[in-house]
Design a protein around this ligand. Structure first.
Ligand SMILES: Nc1ccn([C@H]2C[C@H](O)[C@@H](COP(=O)(O)OP(=O)(O)OP(=O)(O)O)O2)c(=O)n1
Length: 118
């Protein structure tokens, strides 16, 4: 298995490879079909939503949250990201490239604020 990358420099490619290795090492590739991964992703989005459920609006930075709540949030965000990365890989989509292209399309669709009043 590839060496664990330094956390600050992690790339989508590092995560893609780690998920590929994780599935291979467990003989789980047969379960990682596009549909299964999509359902797993949606399930994790549900778990992420539960963290915010019934809380009302929360401050940016989550300044009043306990450390363990933030750790839990990080875990659920990671599950969503990891399944998204794996789903993209299994579908043959280069997620980094696709996301950069989409940001470009968004910028064309929604022009920058030019400072002039409405
Ligand atoms: N068939 C699987 C099962 C798990 N995972 C990986 C991707 C996710 O990052 C994490 C999901 O694990 P769990 O299904 O155990 O989900 P949770 O970690 O959210 O646990 P729980 O649902 O008990 O809170 O493990 C995977 O790649 N393929």
């Amino acid at each position: 298995m590839a060496e664990t990358p330094v956390a600050e420099n992690i790339t989508l490619e590092d995560l893609r490879k780690k998920m590929e290795d994780f599935a291979k090492e467990r003989d789980w590739e047969k379960y990682h079909s596009p549909r299964n991964l999509l359902l797993a992703l949606i399930g994790e989005v549900g778990e992420l939503s539960e963290i915010f459920q019934w809380k009302g609006e929360v401050p940016k930075g989550l300044s009043d949250w306990k450390e363990e709540e933030k750790v839990h949030l990080g875990e659920e965000l990671s599950d969503v990201l990891l399944y998204l990365v794996r789903l993209s890989d299994i579908c043959g989509v280069d997620l980094g490239k696709a996301a950069l292209r989409k940001i470009g399309l968004n910028a064309i669709k929604y022009p920058k604020f030019d400072g002039s009043p409405l």
